[in-house]
Every structure is written in C-alpha cells, then in structure tokens.
Design a protein around this ligand. Structure first.
Ligand code: MG
Length: 379
C-alpha cells in the first residue's frame, strides 16, 4: 500500500484520514482518495462545459481570453505551487481548484445573479451551492450513485460560502457555516489561489481586449512598481513581453507573500491536525500590506474593466437571455427537454430543474436555445 501522506505536514488533509464519501467505496490502491476525486472531476461532463463558459469575456469574443476552464487550470497550478511550499495536500488542492467553478451559469456572474432573482420564490440560486449540487447529484456517470461521490474534504473546499438557511440543510458539510469555523488549509488556500489567478489574468485579458490600457494600469501601485522593475531590467522590450514579465512578477510577489504570512500564522497557532486547523482562525492569508495592494487592484478592475460600458452591454444582453429562458420555461414547461419536465405540476421542483438546465448551459448553448425558443426561423 502506497503511503500518499508521508511528505505532508501533520495539519494537512491526509488521504488516509479522509472523512470519506457519501457512499462508501473500497480504496483505489494506486491513487490517493483526492487523486481519485480529481480524476472523476476531469472526466465529468460539467468540467468539459467550462471550456465554453465565460470568465469575463464571452466565449465567442476571442479565442485567447480566459474561459472558466483555463481559469480553473490556472487556479490549480498556482494552488499546487502554494500547497507544495506549505507541505499541504496538492492533490486535494488540485481537485478543489478544478471543481470550484463547475456550478457557474453561462455568462459569468451576471448569470448567477439573474438566476438567483428568478429563483427567489423557489429557494434561490448560489453558484457555489450549484457546484456542490453538480458533484453530489447532477453528474450521471456511475451505476451505484448519482453525482461523482467525492470525498468530504473536496466537497468542503467547493462550498466556499453558503447562506445559513442552506447550511442547515447540508448536514455535516454545512455545519461550519453555523459554527463559524474554518475549512481545511487546502480549501483556504484554493480560495486565495483563485483570487491570485483572476486578479492577474484579468489584467492580461483586459489589456488584450483594449478595454484597459497600460497607462491606466499605472494607477495600480503594485503593477506600476513591478512594471518599472521590468522596464529597468529589459529596456525596450516589446509591449506584450513587458506585460507578461510584469504579471509574472505579480504572481510571484503574491504567492511569496502568501506563503510567508501563512507560515508565520501556522507556526504561531501550531496546529497538530486538520481538526486543530478547523477550530483555529484562518491561517492562509496575505500580509496586511499585500492585502491592501490586492484590494486596490480589485477595486481598479471592478471600476475599469468589470463595469466598462462594453462589458455592461454584454452583461445586460446576457441577463435578458437568462431571464427570458427562465420565464418561458416556467410558463410552458412543455418547451423543456423531457428529462427536465417535472410530472404532477410541482412548481418548486420544476423551477429547480429549470435552474439546473440553465446553469448547465454553455454561453453559446444558451444563445442558441434562446433563438430556438423565441425565433420562428430557428429549429
Ligand atoms: Mg474561480
């Protein structure tokens, strides 16, 4: 039997001590429990859909923009680097990173906001909770159970936040939101790897799209400082390389800071097990200085990129597509594929099925489906 946990810190998530799966299964032998989770995620249908789901720019706006798939891979890459530095479980971080966005609707965050409004009388819609729903119920890959039957630890990492009302219905997984305790360090770390990934790749995508300019970027202290460093080291470098060098330094600065500050906090709290970690305050954190810099960067991206009028136009169009699809299906469930029609007229169940159907759509599928429902020319 391979010892998958030999190199891990005592406070890491150990595969041999996993709290297990909802449906008990024999061990895989050649793979740790979390490797197995990762493999199931990669083979899932929801994972392949991420290729055609928006991060910030719609999938068809350009071939080089991040999609939810490439974003998730970047989160896994940054997360694994951090995990290895801290002797945490890389496999668990990778599994969590690759599944953290599985429940995202088409068209990015606006999709979830609109669907949440549409679902307000039927229990609402949260993309985090939907990711969990995908891996627990919606995937249809196995004979013995619905979903992917992932370990408690991967599911804990997927559920970053959740309302108290929902937490009360989630049993042991929801308990930490009620008790206000922390998840594993791997979950805390993946959350911040997500932030490092999008804060940096959105700069690249923003500049590529022309919605941001290098001149504007100078408003961001961290960027300006590291950019100056690149210009000094490589005078006359072509713009794109200059940008990549700067972003590379930013990712390095953020990861180095996170490792240093987290090491300090872990040392101070001296957890001896994952249970100690769960009872302690958050131990994976940026230093106060870096937190201030990333907050400034986020504010900048929000004002200048996420709320750019061209992004706004796309967002408003996208929200219309989702709302009209939802309303049309609610008014006439017979328009739905047979699998999504609920017999017996239970409106709550029907609404949830419609939310599952819409959330599962890729950007282009949603656009096509909207045409099929509303245009006489489309079959
Ligand atoms: Mg993400």
């Amino acid at each position: 039997m391979i010892d998958f946990d030999a190199h891990l810190a005592p406070y890491a998530a150990h595969s041999s001590k996993s709290r297990g799966r909802r449906h008990a299964e024999p061990a895989a032998g050649s793979r740790s429990e979390f490797q197995r989770d990762r493999d199931r995620i990669i083979h899932s249908t929801a994972f392949r859909r991420l290729e055609y789901k928006t991060q910030v720019f719609l999938n068809h706006e350009g071939d080089l923009f991040r999609t939810r798939l490439t974003h998730s891979i970047e989160v896994a890459q940054i997360g694994r680097t951090l995990a290895r530095s801290l002797r945490l479980n890389e496999d668990l971080v990778e599994a969590t990173a690759l599944s953290h966005d599985l429940g995202h609707t088409p068209f990015g965050h606006v999709g979830q906001d609109v669907l949440n409004e549409c679902m307000k009388d039927y229990g609402g819609f949260e993309h985090n909770l939907q990711s969990l729903r995908v891996v627990d119920h919606l995937e249809e890959h196995y004979g013995a159970f619905d979903g992917l039957n992932l370990t408690f630890e991967t599911r804990e990492g997927i559920l970053k936040h959740c309302s108290l009302a929902n937490a009360r219905q989630l049993g042991e997984l929801g308990q930490r939101f009620i008790d206000k305790t922390q998840p594993s360090l791997e979950a805390q770390l993946t959350n911040l790897a997500d932030e490092i990934a999008y804060n940096n790749h959105d700069i690249d995508d923003g500049l590529r799209s022309g919605l941001l300019t290098m001149k504007q970027m100078e408003e961001v202290d961290l960027f300006a400082r590291l950019h100056r460093q690149v210009v000094q080291q490589y005078p006359g470098l072509p713009g794109r390389r200059e940008l990549y060098e700067t972003i590379r330094l930013m990712i390095t600065a953020m990861t180095a800071d996170l490792v240093e500050e987290s090491c300090r906090l872990i040392k101070e709290a001296a957890p001896q097990s994952i249970d100690d970690v769960r009872a302690a305050p958050p131990l994976i954190r940026f230093s106060a200085t870096m937190r201030a810099e990333t907050t400034a960067l986020k504010r900048f991206l929000y004002a200048n990129l996420y709320r750019h009028f061209k992004v706004n136009r796309m967002r408003v169009k996208a929200s219309r597509v989702i709302r009209e699809l939802f309303d049309a299906f609610m008014a006439d469930p017979v328009l739905l594929p047979f699998d999504y029609q609920v017999a017996g007229g239970d409106t709550h169940k029907q609404a949830r099925k419609i939310a599952d159907y819409i959330a599962g759509m890729t950007d282009r599928y949603a656009i096509r489906e909207h045409k099929r429902i509303f245009s006489l020319d489309e079959l």
